[in-house]
Design a protein around this ligand. Structure first.
Ligand SMILES: Nc1ncnc2c1ncn2[C@@H]1O[C@H](COP(=O)(O)OP(=O)(O)OP(=O)(O)O)[C@@H](O)[C@H]1O
Ligand SMILES: [Mg+2]
Length: 270
């Protein structure tokens, strides 16, 4: 069986300078030869310091930006070659949850309409059916259906991230790309949102491409992990193996801190 997602030798160059006639005169390689696979029902984490290229990889998988080189295969087909209608299906099958729920939800739309928007784009459901589904989804992510008529500014960050998750789930995707989904939230509610994501995965068998700085979190939730530095993959493998026996010097250094047992005494004073 082919993997759900397979990324082969992905490269992304961004233009950094253009000449007088608008031609790119200088570019920067943000992603260099990145490859990995993600199987159905699993979580693959991508970690690395700021600027490592993690979000660029996520954005290429989502096709929000085009790769400079390399291939992205989904369910056994290369997506660059998809027909318009198959590409629409791909857009439906891969949904996303971003870091900042305040900017990823439309401020003037009601929460219910935001959750239902992918249904409007991708299904034939009428308005009443979309509304009903949106209310059910709100309940599935632990929110009251009465919130459907509210606007984003009336909700807390944690509630908004639940709304983003409900929206992503609305079209029943196979893969959800999560780019630092709890980094902007209060520490006290991060675990709730992570537990929600894990419960949803257990129920629905979907896969996550999970981008995070938080190594403890990654070890807790991921099956496999890619460690990136300056656009390149430094280490890639099954999470437990990478965390307990990293091979690459940079991976060792990065994971060093998280390998030490955490004790109350060792916790830094605040
Ligand atoms: N649109 C863009 N134009 C030019 N350079 C970009 C663009 N987007 C990202 N970059 C550069 O590409 C590199 C990788 O950026 P990316 O956002 O993928 O990193 P990241 O690992 O997600 O970082 P962070 O942890 O800070 O989110 C960085 O040097 C960044 O400045
Ligand atoms: Mg990023």
């Amino acid at each position: 069986m082919s993997p759900l997602l397979e990324v082969k030798n992905l490269v992304k160059e961004y233009p950094v300078k253009r000449n007088l006639i608008g031609r790119v005169s200088e570019s920067r390689r943000a992603v260099e030869d990145v490859s990995f696979t993600l199987d159905e029902g699993r979580t693959l984490a991508v970690v690395g310091e700021s600027g490592a290229g993690k979000s660029s990889v996520a954005r290429m998988v989502l096709r929000l930006i085009d790769p400079t080189a390399g291939e992205i295969w989904f369910k056994g087909t290369e997506i660059a070659g998809l027909s318009r209608s198959r590409f629409q299906q791909y857009r439906r099958d891969i949904q996303m949850v971003f870091q900042d729920p305040y900017s990823s939800l439309q401020p003037l739309m009601t929460v219910g309409d935001s959750v239902a928007e992918p249904l409007l784009l991708h299904t034939d459901l009428d308005r009443a059916a979309r509304r009903k589904k949106a209310e059910e989804l709100l309940e599935q992510v632990g929110l009251s259906r009465r919130l459907a008529g509210r606007r984003p500014h009336e909700l807390s960050g944690g509630m908004l991230q639940r709304v983003s998750i409900a929206r992503a789930l609305s079209v029943e995707p196979s893969l959800v790309v999560c780019d630092e989904p709890v980094a902007a939230l209060d520490v006290s509610i991060r675990a709730q949102v992570i537990n929600l994501l894990m419960d949803i995965q257990a129920e629905r068998g979907l896969s996550y491409l999970f981008i995070s700085h938080d190594l403890h979190l990654v070890r807790h939730i991921a099956d496999d992990v890619v460690i990136m530095k300056q656009g390149r993959v430094k280490e890639y493998g099954e999470c437990e193996r990478v965390f307990t026996a990293p091979e690459d010097p940079y991976a060792k250094e990065l994971l060093g801190a998280s390998l030490k047992p955490v004790t109350v005494d060792a916790a830094p004073a605040i």
